[in-house]
Design a protein around this ligand. Sequence first.
Ligand SMILES: Nc1nc2c(c(=O)[nH]1)N[C@H]1C(S)=C(S)[C@@H](COP(=O)(O)OP(=O)(O)OC[C@H]3O[C@@H](n4cnc5c(=O)[nH]c(N)nc54)[C@H](O)[C@@H]3O)O[C@H]1N2
Ligand SMILES: Nc1nc2c(c(=O)[nH]1)N[C@H]1C(S)=C(S)[C@@H](COP(=O)(O)OP(=O)(O)OC[C@H]3O[C@@H](n4cnc5c(=O)[nH]c(N)nc54)[C@H](O)[C@@H]3O)O[C@H]1N2
Ligand code: SF4
Ligand SMILES: [Mo]
Length: 850
Amino acid sequence: MKLSRKGFLKASAATGLFAAGAASTKPALNAFSTKTEASQENVEQGEWIASVCQGCTAWCAVQVYRIDGRATKVRGNPNAKANHGHSCVRSHIGLQQVYDPDRVKQPMKRTNPNKGRDEDPEFVPISWEEAMDTIAEKIIELRENNETHKFSVWRGRYTSNNGILYGNLPKIIGSPNNISHSSICAESEKFGRYYTERYWGYADYDHEKALYEIFWGGDPIATNRQVPHTASIWGELSDRATLACVDPRFSTTAAKSDEWMPVIPGEDGAIASAIAHVILTEGLWYKPFVGDFTDGQNRFVEGEDVDEDDFEEIQTHGLVKWWNLELKDKTPEWAAERSGIEADQIYRVARGFANAAPKAISFSSPGSSMTIRGGYTAMTQAALNGLVGSADNEGGVISNGISVPNNGFPDPDDYIDEIAANGLEQERIDWGGRLELPALKDSASGGVKVTNTVADAVLAEDPYNLKVVLSYWTNFNFSNQGTDRWDRALAKIPFMVHMTVNPAEQTHFADIVLPVPHSQFERQSPVAGSNGNLHRHLHLQNRVIESPFDIRVDETEIPWMLGEALEKKGFSNLIDYFRNEFRDPETGDAPTNAAEFDEIATKHFTHPVWDPTFEKDGDQIDGWEEYKRLGTWNTNRYEFRQKWDGNWGTETGQFEFYSETLKAALQDHADKHNVSIDDVMEATFNTVRGDGAFVPHYEPAKRVGDESEYPLIFMEHRSKLNREARSANTSWYQEFKDIDLGDEAWDDVAKLNPKDAAELGIENGDMVRLVTPEGQIEVKAKLWEGTRPGVVAKCYGQGHWAYGHIASLDRRRQIARGGNNNIILAPVHEALSGSGARHGGQTRVRVEKV
Ligand SMILES: Nc1nc2c(c(=O)[nH]1)N[C@H]1C(S)=C(S)[C@@H](COP(=O)(O)OP(=O)(O)OC[C@H]3O[C@@H](n4cnc5c(=O)[nH]c(N)nc54)[C@H](O)[C@@H]3O)O[C@H]1N2
Ligand SMILES: Nc1nc2c(c(=O)[nH]1)N[C@H]1C(S)=C(S)[C@@H](COP(=O)(O)OP(=O)(O)OC[C@H]3O[C@@H](n4cnc5c(=O)[nH]c(N)nc54)[C@H](O)[C@@H]3O)O[C@H]1N2
Ligand code: SF4
Ligand SMILES: [Mo]
C-alpha cells in the first residue's frame, strides 16, 4: 500500500473517528478495520468487498480487502445478522487457498488410459473447447444407446446456483443420479429432529437467552455451523448458563464447559434416555409444554407402567408410550454401566437441564449421531427439547424451515425428451431405498441419496456401472469411509470429469480436469447461508479478484458451454432451456454467452431479495448494485412458537415422542419390500423390535472388529482449521495445527491416553500403526489425557497423498503427511437416514509400534 505520511495521518484519524463514533465500544484494532477516507493522488486505496466464506456449512457473509487487485484480508460482514461482523480463523485460510501455486490453472486431459493410484495420469493442457467437445461426445453416446442413466453428477459443497448443474442438468440429460455428499455429512442429525418435530435441516439456537446447554459431541466454538456467532457470545453465555459437553475427547467446548462427560463413543443414547428418565421420575418436565397427569400426581415411578389415560398432553404426543416402551428402566445407574459416565453426573446434568426449562438446549451434532445406530440417538436428543419445552421457544432450539425468498430456477420439464424421460425412470445407482438402506428423508424411502454406496454399486455393477461422471467440489476417494473401494471404483468409471480448485486425490482418476473459481474470491453466486442468531439470509459471493487462471464457474458457465457443445452435436435441449427460460430481471435480456448466463442466473435467483417491489419479512434493499455492495439479505428475527398449537407438521400435528411420522415412513418402506418393520430393524442393524421402533430409544453402540484382535476404540474429530478437507495444502493450516487440543504443528497424531500408552509400551513421539479391519495408517503417537482411556482419538483432514506440496510430505512420490482416517474407518451406515457413520467409535483399532 503506497501511502504518504499525510495520507497516513488522515487514514489513522478516520480510523480513530470510526472507533469513537461507532455503537460498538470495542476499539478498531487494525489498520484495515474500516475504509479510510484519504484521497491523495499518490495513495492507493484498498476496498472491502462483500463475499461469502464456504469454509464450512456456516456459510458466513464476509468482506475481503482488495488492494492492487489482490485479496489481502478477510473479516466478517457486519451487514449479516447471523455472524454480525465476525468470522473464524478459517475464513483467512481461504487467502492461502486462492493463491495456492498448486492450483489447477487450465483445463487438462488424461493421456494415460490406465487408471490407478500407481498410474501417472499424464495430464496435458487442452482448450475449453476441446474439453467441452469431449464431454458432449460422451453424453451423446449415452443418448444414442438409451443409457443416459449411466450419466451422473456428483456434488460436494455448492452455492444456491447448484439447481442448474446438480438439479436440472441431469434431468435434461436424463439421469436420476445426481449424488451429493449430504449423506456423508450430517443427515442422521436431521433425522432426529425430523421424526420428532418434522424439520429436515440444521437447527438454530437462542444462545442469548439459554440457561443450560448440553452439547452432544458438538464443539460449536471450533466447528459446527455458527462458529463466529457462538464464539463471539461464548463468554457471556458461559457466565449466564451452565454448559455440559458430552464428548469422548476433551474438545475446545469441553474445555470451556462446566461439565465434561467423556462418554464411551457411540453410547450417548444411554445418557440421553437416563436424562429423560430423571426428568420424568422427578417431575421436572416443562408442564406448560408437555402437560401433566390429570390429577397432578406424578406416576412416573421407576419400573412401573403408566396408564395413557392418566396423562393429558398439550404440545406433545406419546409421552406415556415413550415412558412405557423405553424410559421406565433407564436409570442413570443403568446408563453409567453403558456410557462410562458416573450416575451422579447424569443426575446433576439432568436436574440442571430441567430446572432451566424452557431455556435449556439439547444440542445435537454429527459426533453423536453419525454413528451406526445414531438415528435413534439424535431422536432422543431432540426429544429432550420437547421434555423441557425448549423446542421452538425462547432460549431454546429453532427447528423451523423458514425459507428465504428466491426465484428458484425455471422448470426444465419441457426440455426433457423421451430418451431423457426413459433414463430418469431407471433405478438409481446409490441403493437408497433398498431394504437395508431406507434413507428416510422427508418420510420417503430412498429420500436421501447415499453417497458412499456409489463406490460399491460401481464395483458390483449393481444395478449398472456409471459411464460418464461430472463431479464438482468433491474428493470422494478421500472423504468417504473406505477409500480403497473408491480408488478402485474411480479406476473403473470410463469417463470422469473433475471440476476442482486443487488437484486432489479424486483428480488423479479424472479424464478431464477443469479449473474452477475459488468460491470465496473468484465467483459471483448466491449462498443461502445457515440460519444463525435467529436469522436466515441470502448472501452473495462476489468476484473479489480477477483470477490469474483460466477458470470457469462450475455451476453456471460450464453447463452453458456444455449446452453449446451438445447443440453442435445435434442435441440442443440444454442450451435451449438456458436461452429460452432465463431472463435478466432488470433488462429482460436473454443470456447469449456463458458469462452472461452466470450473472443472469444469480440475478434471477436472488431477484426477490434485492428488488424493493417484492414484499418480504426482512431487509429492504434498493436494487442489484446495492445488494452486491451489502453482500447479504437478512430475514427479520425469528418469532418463537410458530410451530406450537398444532403446527408441528407431524402426522399428529404435535411434537412427537411416539413418532407416528416415523411409523408411517417405516411402514411405507416395509410395504415396499413386502416385509415387516421388525425385518427393517434387523436389516438396518437396530436391536429394537415392535413399537419401540417409533420412540426415541437407546441402541447399544455397534462396532466393526473383534475386541480380542482390536482392543481399543477409534474415534475422530474435525479441526478448527479444516475447511472440510480442503485447507491442508496451506502453511497456515500446518503451522497452527496445534490449535486443536493435543495436536502438533505440521503433523497428524494419534492421541492416546497415557494409561493405554503405558500398557502398550508406547512413548510420546513413537511412530505407530493404527490397524482396523478396514485398513491401516502410520502416524505419530501423542500421549494426551484428553482422550478417554480405551479410545484412540485422531483429527480428520490430513493424510493427503495428492493434494499439493504442503498437504503431502512428498507429493511426487505420493507420500502423505499423516494418515487419512477414512482409510481405517469402515464404510458403514446409519441406515435409517442413509448416513455414512463416521462416528460413535464405529471401528475398533489395534495400535502397533512401528
Ligand atoms: N472447523 C470446522 N468446522 C466445520 C467444518 C470443518 O471442516 N471444520 N465442517 C462443517 C461441516 S461440513 C459439518 S457437517 C459440521 C459438522 O459438525 P460437528 O458438530 O463439528 O461434527 P463432527 O466434527 O463430525 O463431530 C463433532 C464432535 O464429535 C465428537 N465425537 C466423535 N465420536 C463421538 C461419540 O461417539 N459421541 C460423542 N458425544 N461425540 C463424539 C468429536 O470429538 C467431535 O468433537 O461442521 C461444519 N463446521
Ligand atoms: N473421516 C471423516 N470423513 C469425512 C468427514 C469427517 O469429519 N471425517 N467429514 C464429512 C463431511 S461433514 C463432509 S461435508 C464431506 C466433504 O467431502 P467432499 O464433499 O468430498 O469435500 P472435500 O473433501 O472438502 O473436497 C472438496 C474438493 O473441492 C475442491 N475445492 C476446493 N475449493 C473449491 C471451490 O471453491 N470450488 C470447487 N468446485 N472445488 C473446490 C478441492 O480441491 C477438493 O478436491 O466429508 C465427509 N467425510
Ligand atoms: S469457515 Fe465456516 S464458520 Fe468460519 S468464517 Fe467460514 S463459513 Fe464461517
Ligand atoms: Mo458436512
